[in-house]
Design a protein around this ligand. Sequence first.
Ligand code: FMN
Length: 262
Amino acid sequence: MNDSITKTLAVAFSICLICSLVVSVAAVSLRDMQNENKANDKKIKILQAARIYDSNIDVKDQFEQLEVMYLDFNKGEVLKNDVLESFLLEHKNDYDQLSATRKEEYSTKLNTSEDIAIIKSRENVGKFFLLRNEDQTIDKVILPIRGYGLWGTLFGYISIEEDFNTIAGLEFYDHKETPGLGAEVDNPKWKSQWPGKKIFIDNDVSIEVIKGKVDPDDVNIAYKVDGLSGATLTSRGVTNMIKYWFSDSGYAKLFSELNYES
Ligand SMILES: Cc1cc2nc3c(=O)[nH]c(=O)nc-3n(C[C@H](O)[C@H](O)[C@H](O)COP(=O)(O)O)c2cc1C
């Protein structure tokens, strides 16, 4: 009999099995493509932060203009020669993933007073990018930054000019903020305020996202960016992440080393 319970169950079971197989195969086979798209998107953000992105040119080709470098945060030294070689040999291409695990061997736990960006721990060695001029002097330094907003951690890149004080661009590639509120960090109009802003007054990180609009007559206009309206917590998160990443625990020591190089 075609309408027996056993047959009905067998047909339902077979359909479930086939569907789950189709979904699993699709998920597995698309995973590589998704990862590749994510990596590509990140590269675009890095190029955009450096203000050199051209949508008509292949991303991979454009990315080759950038020099990949590694900073030992604890020593404040850029990895070079033998040290760099053995670091790369030891970690091959998996250091990004390893450092993202925040395991003790790859990262340092931050104490509460230091952890103003609420990132809990900072990788021991960080990857960053240099854009050089034709004469090999430094044009821009592109640095990964991250910090807590309202709903989660915002991940992005900030690029600075060769004076190590002027911001060239700021881009976020991942965050959980609310569209129309905190997610306005992606709004091109808001982002367009960053190029030209200054970071340090003496050795203090003085740039901040204020509440409300910056007064055009403010003498400290170079250190202020308009707040994201209705998103004071995300705005504060952006200020705090810049304060942290340009502190001694972040990239501050890198600049004296790069200054020496150039
Ligand atoms: C559904 C919802 C989503 C929100 N998303 C954000 C957000 O992404 N970023 C943020 O700073 N504030 C967000 N807020 C507002 C905060 O709760 C808080 O009120 C706000 O940051 C205070 O900023 P204001 O003083 O500019 O209003 C959200 C509020 C609600 C109800």
